[in-house]
Every structure is written in C-alpha cells, then in structure tokens.
Ligand binder design. Structure first.
Ligand SMILES: NC(=O)c1ccc[n+]([C@@H]2O[C@H](COP(=O)([O-])OP(=O)(O)OC[C@H]3O[C@@H](n4cnc5c(N)ncnc54)[C@H](O)[C@@H]3O)[C@@H](O)[C@H]2O)c1
Length: 255
C-alpha cells in the first residue's frame, strides 16, 4: 500500500496512546478513520482531531474482547464507507506480577483484550476485506514483550507472544489476497497503559513518543514489512535469545 489517501482505516484502542497517534497519522495522510475504543470521551476527541485533517471520522464504542461488539464495529464501518483497507488491532492492557500469583481474572482480562481482541478483529474483518477484493493491510500491536520474556510480565508476555505468532502466520496466509500484515513490537512508549495496573517492572530503554511509533508503522505498511521493531535497544536481548536457541542445537549435536 503506497498511499493512504481516500483509504478507510479502523483503529482499535484509538482513543489514547499509540492508537490515537496511528489514527491521527492515517488521517493526516488522507485516510478516513474509524476510531474504536471503550473510552467514549477519548475516542470522540480523537475523531474531532482527525476531522481537523479534513477527513471523515467515525467513532464506534467497542470492547474488543467481545466478538459481538467487534462484529457491530465492522458492520458500522462497512455501512459508513463500504470498504475497509487498514485494520489496526491495537487495543491492549497490561497486568504486572509473577505468574505464580496470576489470578484467573488476570488471564481472562489480559488475554481477552490483547489476544482475543486481535482474533476477533481478524475473524470479523479479514473475510470481508478479502471479499472486497481491494487488498489492504492488518497491523497487530504486540510488544517487545512478544519477543522477549521478562520476569513479572508473564501474563502480558503470553498474550503478546501469541499475537506475534498469529501475525507471522497471517502474513503468509493473506499474501495471495494482497493483504499485508505488520506486527508492532515496541518497548517503552509514553502512553496511559501503565495507569491500568501498577507497574512492578521497569522497562529498559528509552520511552518513545507515540507519534514517532505511528510514523514507523506507516512506513512499514508502505514497505509491507512484517516486523515493526521500534527500539534499537531490542537488538541485544533478541540476539541473546536466538544465540541461546542456537546453542541448544549446537550443544546437542556435539553430544
Ligand atoms: N506503551 C507502551 O510502552 C507499549 C509497549 C509495547 C506495546 N504496547 C501496546 O500498545 C497498544 C496500545 O497501548 P498504549 O500504550 O497506547 O496504551 P493506552 O492505555 O494509552 O491506550 C490503549 C487504549 O485501548 C483502550 N482499550 C482498553 N481496553 C479496551 C478494550 N477492551 N476494547 C477497546 N479498547 C480498549 C483504552 O481505553 C485506551 O484508549 C497495546 O496493545 C499495548 O499492549 C504498549
């Protein structure tokens, strides 16, 4: 996808942080936007800002953990615009604390939003996007926590590793339909996510501005790149992880 002008983009969690920045970057590039969030005041404000770029903007209150609400979101988007080209499955929440203490509620809440939210987006939007025949792009927001495990982030890690795996396969599955897939894997970004639960883990690395992250995502969509790894600081832990996996094979071969 080399231009967003006149395209239709749906952004979940579009009321704040990375989702807000994605919505506004897409609007700035001329895309019509659908903002989906549970926070009605926030998404209305973002839609207002998007209209300031001269594009149509729709808000649909959507809890992405509820399949029926995501289906209703798709229905509204197609009713309003007749097509969707870009879907950003971005809504997410964080829970902190050791896995030995994680409650059933923690698992249900975090996987419900971070993983099932993405699944609901895919099962609802992808068949309609394919039927539309215009190609497009899916952006799934994972995290560096979907590539590197951190003590105290296990529930979140589980949800984000799943989103990375899902996205890697989805990219292969959707290639014949000219629908690209990118998976966003940031480290720290200056957003409200740490307000949803008291952080017990201090993330390493810099905190980027959401706008900078959104610009990286749009560039990756244009180039149809799968991974959007926003922080240089990710290189070293990623290298160590793969080195350990490689060692496992090499040691075994040595006997
Ligand atoms: N901020 C970071 O450091 C960071 C790092 C890596 C990944 N991420 C990921 O980025 C994504 C966006 O988070 P953010 O940092 O912008 O946080 P944020 O809290 O600023 O924004 C998240 C938005 O999602 C909405 N939301 C929460 N639950 C929802 C639900 N069930 N349905 C629909 N909307 C819901 C919130 O109302 C909010 O507007 C998340 O998936 C998060 O895991 C964030």
């Amino acid at each position: 996808m080399d231009s967003f002008k006149g395209k239709v983009a749906v952004v979940t969690g579009g009321g704040s942080g990375i989702g807000r920045a994605l919505t506004l970057a897409l609007a700035r590039e001329g895309a019509r936007v659908v903002v989906a969030d549970v926070d009605e005041g926030a998404m209305a404000a973002v839609a207002g800002e998007a209209r300031g770029h001269g594009v149509d903007a729709l808000t649909v209150r959507t809890d992405v953990s509820d399949l029926g609400q995501v289906q209703a979101l798709a229905e509204r988007a197609w009713q309003a615009f007749g097509v969707v080209h870009v879907l950003c499955n971005n809504a997410g929440v964080a829970a902190w604390g050791g896995l030995e203490r994680a409650t059933h509620r923690d698992w249900q809440w975090v996987l419900g939003v971070n993983l099932w939210g993405v699944i609901h987006g895919i099962e609802t939007f992808v068949p309609r996007m394919i039927a539309g025949g215009e190609g497009g792009h899916i952006v799934n927001t994972a995290s560096m926590a979907g590539l590197i495990a951190s003590q105290g982030l296990g529930v979140y890690n589980t949800s984000k590793y799943a989103v990375v795996g899902l996205s890697e396969t989805l990219a292969k599955d959707l290639k014949p339909y000219r629908i690209g897939v990118s998976v966003l894997c940031p480290m720290g970004v200056e957003t409200r996510i740490r307000e949803s639960a008291a952080p017990a883990v201090e993330l390493i690395g810099r905190y980027l501005a959401p706008d900078a992250v959104a610009d990286m995502v749009l560039a990756a969509v244009r180039r149809n790149e799968l991974y959007v790894i926003t922080h240089d600081e990710g290189l070293e832990p990623l290298r160590r992880r793969f080195e350990r996996m490689q060692q496992s094979i090499l040691q075994r071969k040595k006997g």
